[in-house]
Design a protein around this ligand. Structure first.
Ligand code: AMP
Length: 139
């Protein structure tokens, strides 16, 4: 069964599409966190960023990069929070990769991206070294 976002791509359900190219689409979030809250998706259905092929990831970022200043200008925002909920445990509800562009305004009462995690771990230097080595060896 296709995701709700695939149905938007196919024109089966309405959306306020603000940009579209061969591989990506941007449209307004239906339950916006702020005026101008925009979602950018690949047209093809991938559940997580981890599943997105390199060329589509490049296209996706290009559209995010294009849309951020445009959205800020359109709603006269001071800044934007730009983020992916990548996986269910991270809060992803729609299993079709999407980037949130959330306009931010001075005094809007929101928090930084650091607010999304739970308690911060206390990691010793050698643990940080091990994690860095492990990540580096997998790239
Ligand atoms: P996430 O929790 O990262 O999966 O976010 C899903 C987002 O999709 C939420 O912000 C919803 O408000 C938004 N959303 C769900 N259905 C639609 C829709 N039909 N059109 C536009 N945005 C939607």
């Amino acid at each position: 069964m296709s995701t709700i976002f695939s149905q938007i791509v196919e024109g089966e359900i309405p959306a306020r599409i603000v940009y579209e190219d061969e591989t990506t689409v941007a449209f307004l979030d239906a339950n916006p966190l702020a005026p101008g809250h925009t979602l950018v998706i690949p047209k093809d259905e991938y559940e997580r960023l981890n599943d997105v092929p390199d060329d589509i990831a490049t296209d996706l970022y290009a559209t995010v990069h294009r849309m951020v200043p445009v959205v800020e200008d359109a709603v006269d925002a001071d800044a934007t929070t730009v983020a992916f909920n990548n996986g269910e445990e991270a809060g992803q509800e729609v299993p079709h990769v999407h980037c949130h562009i959330v306009p931010r305004f001075e005094g809007d009462g929101g928090g930084p991206i650091h607010a999304v995690a739970g308690d911060r771990p206390s990691l010793a230097d050698d643990e940080l070294d091990d994690i860095a080595d492990d990540i580096e060896s997998r790239v």
